[in-house]
Design a protein around this ligand. Structure first.
Ligand code: CP3
Length: 335
C-alpha cells in the first residue's frame, strides 16, 4: 500500500499529508525529559534506542504521516573528523577545519561512526511498519555544510564572506559530494523511503554563485537518490527563485520557506510543493493559525501539496497548537 505522500506525488488525492520539520524537539516535554538526562547532543543522536524513541514521539502524539529521523546535518562534519559541540544559547560550535584530515577519511570509518544513525532508521522503520507512514532520512546540502565547516558556527546574515571558487573549496565540495552519497545510500538501505536535502543557507548567496554552490551540487545528490528509486525533497531556504531551482535540479518535491508568496509558487511550479507556513504563526492565537492554514490549503487546493512549515517548529511552541494545526489540516480534507 502507498503512503499518503506517494499518493500525493502520483496525483491520487485523498488527504493532504502532513509532517513538520523539527517535529521531534524541544517543544515536546517528552523530548525535554530525555534531553535533560543526555547533555551531549551528538551522543544522543548516536544513541539508537533514544533517537528512535524521540523520532516516534511526535507520531504517537499527533499521528503525522511521516517520521523524520532524529539526527542532525552536522553529524556528517563530525564523522569527517571535525569536532562539533552544541552549546546552550549559542548553537553549534565546530573545531578548526583541516583539509588533510578530511582527505584521510575512509569510507569504512565514516560508516562505522554513523552506524547508530542507520540502526535508528531501521528501528524507526520497524516501529512504523504497520502504520504505512514514510521514514524520512536527510542530509545537509554541500553549501550549508561547507558554510558550517569553514565558518564553524551558524552564519549570521551578512556576517560571513563568500568563498572563492578555487581548488581548495572545490576539493571540499567534491569530498562532501562523495560522503553525502555514502550517507544517503546507507539511509536508503536501512529503510528511508524519502531523503530531504536541507540547504538552510541557500538564501545567503547572490544569484551568480547559485550555479556553483547550490544547483550543481544538489542536482548531483537528487540524481543519485532518483537512481535508487527513492523520493527526494529539496529545501533551498530563502532562495530568490524557486522556479529556477526546480527547473535546474528537478527534485520530486520542493519545500518552500515563509517569505515566498505561495500563489506565485503554485502558478509557476509544476512539481509537488511542501511547506510554507511561518512557524511564528503557531505562537499566535487559534484564529490566526486557522486563517493561515486555510490560506495555504486553499492556495494549493487540487494541486499536489504536502502540509509542513516554512522552517522548523520553534522550541517555545505549545504542543496544543500543533494538535490544533493537525486537526485543522485533517478537517479541511473532510469538507
Ligand atoms: O525533527 C526533525 O526535524 C529531525 C531532526 C533534525 C534536527 N536538526 C534536530 C535538532 C533535523 C532534520 C535537523 C536539521 C538541521 N540541523 C538543520 C537544517 C534545518 C534548519 O533548521 O535549517 C540545521 C541548519 C542544523 C544545525 C543545527 N542543529 C543547529 C543550527 C542547531 C542549534 C539551533 C537549535 O535549534 O537549537 C541544531 C541543534 C538541534 N538539531 C536540535 C534538534 C532537536 C536542538 C538540540 C537541543 O536540544 O539543544
Amino acid at each position: 500500500m502507498n503512503t499518503l505522500i506517494q499518493d500525493c506525488i502520483n496525483s491520487k488525492f485523498s488527504k493532504t499529508p502532513i509532517w513538520l520539520m523539527r517535529q521531534a524537539g524541544r517543544y515536546l516535554p517528552e523530548f525535554r525529559s530525555i534531553r535533560e538526562k543526555n547533555q551531549d547532543f551528538i551522543e544522543l543522536c548516536l544513541n539508537t534506542k533514544l533517537s528512535s524513541e524521540i523520532t516516534i514521539q511526535p507520531i504517537n502524539r499527533f499521528g503525522f504521516d511521516a517520521a523524520i529521523i532524529f539526527s542532525d546535518i552536522l553529524l556528517v562534519p563530525y564523522a569527517l573528523g571535525q569536532q562539533v559541540n552544541f552549546k546552550k544559547n549559542f548553537g553549534p560550535d565546530l573545531n578548526k577545519f583541516d583539509l588533510n584530515i578530511l582527505n584521510d577519511v575512509k569510507k569504512e570509518d565514516f560508516l562505522e561512526k554513523l552506524n547508530p544513525v542507520y540502526e535508528t532508521v531501521k528501528e524507526t522503520k520497524k516501529k512504523l511498519s504497520i502504520s504505512n507512514k514514510d521514514t524520512i532520512g536527510f542530509v545537509g546540502a554541500p553549501w550549508t555544510l561547507l558554510l558550517y565547516m569553514l565558518n564553524r558556527k551558524s552564519p549570521k546574515e551578512g556576517n560571513f564572506t563568500i568563498f572563492p571558487k578555487d581548488k581548495y573549496i572545490n576539493s571540499i565540495l567534491m569530498k562532501l559530494d562523495q560522503f553525502l552519497k555514502i550517507h544517503i545510500e546507507a539511509q536508503i538501505r536501512s529503510g528511508a523511503s524519502i531523503i530531504q536535502i536541507f540547504d538552510s543557507w541557500a538564501g545567503l548567496l547572490p544569484e551568480k554563485d547559485l550555479d556553483y554552490f547550490v544547483y550543481k551540487p544538489i542536482k548531483s545528490l537528487v540524481d543519485f537518490i532518483r537512481q535508487r528509486k527513492t523520493i527526494s525533497i529539496c529545501f533551498p531556504r530563502n532562495i530568490n527563485s524557486y522556479k529556477k531551482f526546480v527547473d535546474y535540479v528537478n527534485p520530486d518535491i520542493i519545500s518552500i520557506d515563509y517569505n515566498v508568496d505561495p500563489s506565485i509558487i503554485r502558478d509557476t511550479i509544476e512539481i509537488p510543493v511542501q511547506g510554507g507556513l511561518d512557524p511564528k504563526i503557531l505562537l499566535q492565537n487559534k484564529e490566526i493559525v486557522r486563517n493561515e492554514v486555510t490560506k495555504y490549503l486553499k492556495t494549493f487546493d487540487k494541486k499536489r501539496y504536502i502540509f509542513n512549515l516554512g522552517h522548523g517548529v520553534l522550541p517555545e511552541t505549545n504542543p496544543d497548537m500543533i494538535r490544533y494545526l493537525v486537526d485543522e489540516v485533517r478537517s479541511f480534507n473532510g469538507q
